[in-house]
Design a protein around this ligand. Sequence first.
Ligand code: GUN
Length: 294
Amino acid sequence: MTAKIIDGKAFAAGLGDRIAETVTAFTEETGRTPGLAVVLVGTDPASEIYVRSKGRMARKLGMESFEHVLPETASQEELLALIAALNADDTVDGILVQLPLPRHLDSLAVVEAIDPAKDVDGLHPVNAGYLATGLPGLVSCTPLGCLMLLKSTLGDLSGLDAIVVGRSILVGKPMAQLLLAENCSVTVAHSRTRDLDYKVRQADIVVAAVGSAEMIRGDWIKPGATVIDVGTSRVIRDGEKRLVGDVEFAHASERARAITPVPGGVGPMTIMSLMHNTLLAAFRRSGRVAPQLW
Ligand code: GUN
C-alpha cells in the first residue's frame, strides 16, 4: 500500500478562502472587522517569525492584527496589565500570547488572565473544561487542525482506535479529548508508556506529537492506518539540513492509508485554525451564530 498524502497546505488554503469570505460578510453586517492581538515577550527569533506570520495571515484574510512586543525584561505585572487592556478592548476578538515566555514569567497565570471568550489558543482552563465536558468553547489550534484533516480524510471517526503520542496541554491532551468526542477509543501515550510499539500497532489513527525525530518507526504503523504527524525536528541527513516529523515517513507511508507530510501537513493548519478561532470568537462575542467552515 502507498499512502495518500494528506495535503494540509491545500486544505488550509481552501479554509482560508472560506474564512476571508466570511470575514467580509461579518464586517458588512456588523460594521466592524474581527481583530486578533498577538503578544510577544522578548526577541526569540523563531517566536518573532511565528508572530509576524500570524499577523500577516490575519491581515491577508481581512482581519485586524494588533501586534504587541514587550521587552525580555517585562514584568508579570506589565504583561497582566496588557492582557487586561486587551480583554477590555472591544476591537479585539482574539488574544494569543506567544509561548514559551521568558523564565521569570508565570505562563499559567498569564493564560488564566485572558478572557476565555477571547482565548483563541484554547489554553485557558475554562476552555479546556468546555472541551472535556463537550460544551462549545475555543479549541487549541494544532489539535483542531489535526481533527479537520482527519475528518476530511476519513469522514466519520466513530469506533476507531486512536493513539495520541504526547500529552502536552497544547496538543496531546486536547487532541485526545477531540477524538473522544468523535467516538474514538483513545490511548494517550507519553514518555513513561510501556510497549509503545505494541500500542501504536493497534491503532487506526496515530497522532504523533512528541517532537522527537522519527521516533515512531514505520513498521509500527498498522496497515491501513491514518497518520497525523505534528512533530517538526531539524536534522542533518546526508550532509543536508532537513525537517522531519515524529514518524519515519518513508516506511510509514508504505503501510498507512493516509499520512501527513512534514512540512506541508499539520503546520499550515495550525495558523489557519487560529484564524478560524478568531472569526468564531468574533461571531460569538457579537451574539451571532458562526457558520460551519470545515
Ligand atoms: N508556541 C508554539 N506553539 C504555540 C501555540 O500554538 N500557541 C502559543 N500561544 N504559543 C505557541
